[in-house]
Write a protein that binds this ligand. Structure first.
Ligand code: BV8
Ligand code: ZN
Length: 256
């Protein structure tokens, strides 16, 4: 653990200095499917990605659901079954610890797997929705799935419901995205970017926006991404290993 160890240590030193100079350092986290890999949930891209058997554009789009609702629903049901059997991992819980110390104010997650919620995180923005919720596009009714029906459920108003997630080509919820934008541009001294390939917009833009507002950018990933070129530190390694080490050292610093 040479390069990443030194990078981890250097990032901690810089932040400890910042914490000594500035009274309340505000951390924000942006997470992607890489943070849930440690829980056994496949990521979107990469060798064992979710998309490997399907093409994202074939399934996670409104056109796909219109064309073949049963196929799209089965893909989500398959994912719900995988996710339901998994638990939050040490990276999720490390962020809860950072939040309990009033250091981490918000988590902006692209994940729809509920693991941050289940780990006890507060102030959570699920910018791409939640796989355990369905939405009726006719009457707007939201429902929580308690079991995984084999086909898309029918709303009381008679319309077939859809997963309450943001598909490619769909805009994100305006209120959520506005709030997320406010957070990273005015309430963020240190942005932790954890387990995201940084290619899905508009969230891929957020680290650049935070940087332009003077935030320190710490990226946790197995490899470099388009975010790496603006990150102050890219900590290469599994987030389930590196994030807990990082958080423990920062919390100890706060103890002073
Ligand atoms: C929109 C919900 C307006 C569904 C998802 C420019 C501007 C605006 C839009 C676009 C644009 N260019 C293109 C677009 C369109 C598109 C887009 O960004 N396409 C990409 C592919 C280029 N964006 C949209 O359509 C968005 N809508 O902008 O509306 C608009 C519309 C059309 C045209 C213009 C404007 C909506 C995007 C939301 C899509 N919905 N999910 C579902 O889940 O089924 S996206 C999906 O990808 C998930 O949410 C996922 O979280 C997200 C991002 O992927 P990652 O989380 O980063 O996952 P990935 O596998 O890619 O990477 C995992 C990373 O973890 C890797 O880096 C890996 O190395 C690392 N890793 C793995 N293991 C570990 C690890 N790291 C640490 N530890 C480990 N153990
Ligand atoms: Zn309805």
């Amino acid at each position: 653990m040479t390069f990443e160890k030194s990078n981890l240590d250097n990032s901690i030193k810089i932040i400890q200095n910042l914490m000594r100079k500035k009274k309340a350092v505000k951390f924000v986290a942006i997470t992607g499917s890489g943070i849930s890999k440690g829980s056994g949930i496949p990521t979107f891209r990469g060798k064992d990605g979710l998309w490997k058997n399907y093409n994202a554009m074939d399934l996670a789009t409104p056109q796909a659901f219109k064309r073949n609702p049963q196929l799209v629903w089965e893909w989500y049901a398959w994912r719900i079954d995988i996710i339901s059997s998994k638990k939050p991992n040490s990276a999720h819980y490390a962020l809860v610890d950072l939040q309990k110390k009033n250091l981490l104010n918000y988590i902006i997650t692209q994940n729809v797997d509920s693991l941050h919620f289940r780990s006890g995180s507060k102030n959570l923005l699920e910018v791409h929705g939640n796989i355990f919720r369905t939405r009726c596009e006719n009457c707007g009714k939201l429902s929580l799935l308690t079991e995984t029906p084999k086909e898309p459920p029918i709303c009381d108003c008679g319309t077939m419901v859809r997963p309450d997630v943001v598909w490619f080509g769909e805009t994100l919820d305006q209120k959520i995205i506005t709030k997320a934008y406010e957070i990273i541009s005015s309430e963020c001294d240190v942005l932790l970017v954890i387990g995201t390939s940084g290619i899905v917009y508009p969230i891929a833009e957020f680290p650049f926006i935070a940087k332009s507002h003077g935030a320190l950018i710490l990226e946790f990933n197995l490899e470099k991404t388009p975010i790496s070129r603006i990150a102050d530190f890219t900590i290469i390694g599994k987030s389930e290993e590196m994030v807990p080490i990082f958080v423990e050292k920062i919390i100890n610093e706060k103890a002073y």
